[in-house]
Each structure stands twice: as C-alpha cells, then as structure tokens.
Design a protein around this ligand. Structure first.
Ligand code: E4P
Length: 226
C-alpha cells in the first residue's frame, strides 16, 4: 500500500511530503493547468528536485502512437530518463506503450475506465495501470471490481505491473481501492489533509492533554525529573 500525490503544486508537494510518506507524484495536463502558464520543463524539473528519486509521472498530449512516442522522448530528454510517461489507454496508446517499453522508457497507462483497458495495458507491459475510480463511479461502473480483476490478472500472469488507482473525490474511495487490490493510490494532498482535520481526533488529543494538566499542571513531559 503506497501513496502518491496527484498535484503539480510545488508548495503543496513540499509541505505535505514532510507529513505523508509518498512514493511519487502524478500529473496530467489538467493538473498542470492549475499551476498557470509555467515553463513545462522547468516546472517538472522543480518537482523532481523536490521529490528526489520518488517516481514522477507525466502525460503525453497527442492522440496517435508515433506522436505519443515523440512526446515521451521529449519528456525524458527534457526532464530525465526516470520519468514514467502517462499514456492514455486507447488503441494508439497501446501501440505507443509497447514501443516505449522496447526503448526502456517507463510507462503509466492512464485514463482506464474498464477492465479490458487494464488487462491490455498489463499485456502491453505498462509499469503502472491507473483506473479512474471517481470517474468510473460517475458512469455507474464499478472501479473496485475492475481493480480486483486487474490484480487477479497481474498475479496470474506474474506481471510486474502495479495498479495505481487514481481520480478520487473522497477518502473512502481511496481505502476501497486499496482493499480491492490497488498497489498504489494517487491522492490530492488537500484530500488527505481534510481527513486528518476530523474533530474527534483533535478532541481526543485535547482531552488527554487536559487530564495531564489536571494532575501536573502545564508541565512538559520532557521536563519531568521523577
Ligand atoms: C492521475 O493523475 C489522474 O489523471 C487523475 O487522478 C484524474 O483525476 P480527476 O478524475 O480528478 O481528473
């Protein structure tokens, strides 16, 4: 069970990386749009500088395989060769995935809304497969059933692909994705932060402190001598 951040915001990444144990950061063109018209490569390099050797996932734009491969080469040349290239799981995307793997470039199969897309991406050798949980639920499709099926196939085939569950609007979806077999989930830091604001958690902490103070006064535990 591993977490990634689904954001390109440098301040958020820097702040929340100190709190949450993440193994990577995912972007897409919409996530990058939220940062304004920043330099594409300079921004991605700044992200890399912050996250070090955690994985960085960057998406291509074009619809045809040859152009996707060209864009992927531009990304790895412009940022570094460790970037995982997010390729939409279309027919053209599947072709591009095979070519990129043959070139030794890491692939994250994205825009996965169905089991067959996931199965094909696994067969094409993708390193990560990203089912879109909230978007699937909006379409009355069951992302958890799809994740369980993909995990079953990964184990059956002894594939090294990892399920990178994505597109979350609440933390319950994230938990269910893990319980269904996702290896990793990419989550907006703000969503994680909001779940830790639960009043009951902070009331418990305050109540314990009040009981301490009732006995010893406002004395730090670290300053006790007996
Ligand atoms: C991963 O980076 C996906 O593109 C992302 O989680 C999609 O999220 P959305 O459905 O909120 O756009």
């Amino acid at each position: 069970m591993k977490y990634m951040f689904d954001t390109a915001n440098l301040n958020e990444i820097e702040k929340y990386m100190k709190i949450y144990p993440i193994c990577g950061v995912t972007t897409n063109p919409s996530i990058l749009k939220a940062e304004g018209k920043v330099g594409f490569y300079s921004h991605l390099k700044a992200m890399r500088k912050l996250i070090g050797n955690r994985s960085l996932h960057v998406q291509t734009i074009s619809a045809d395989a040859a152009a996707m491969v060209k864009e992927a080469e531009a990304i790895v040349n412009g940022v570094d060769r460790d970037v995982f290239i997010k390729i939409p799981t279309t027919e053209e995307g599947l072709m591009a995935m095979g070519q990129l793997k043959a070139m030794g470039i890491g692939v994250t199969a994205t825009a996965v809304y169905s089991q067959v897309q996931g199965f094909m991406a696994i067969a094409a050798g993708a390193d990560y497969v990203a089912p879109y949980c909230n978007r699937m639920e909006n379409l009355d499709a069951d992302p958890y059933e799809a994740i369980a099926a993909m995990r079953y196939m990964i184990e059956e085939e002894e594939s090294s692909a990892q399920i990178l569950a994505a597109s979350f609007k609440n933390i319950g979806q994230v938990n269910r994705a893990f319980l269904s077999g996702a290896h990793t989930a990419t989550v907006q830091p703000a969503l994680l932060h909001s779940t830790f604001q639960m009043a009951a958690i902070h009331k418990a902490v305050d109540d314990f402190k009040a009981d301490w103070v009732a006995v010893r006064g406002d004395v730090s535990l670290a300053d006790l001598t007996e």
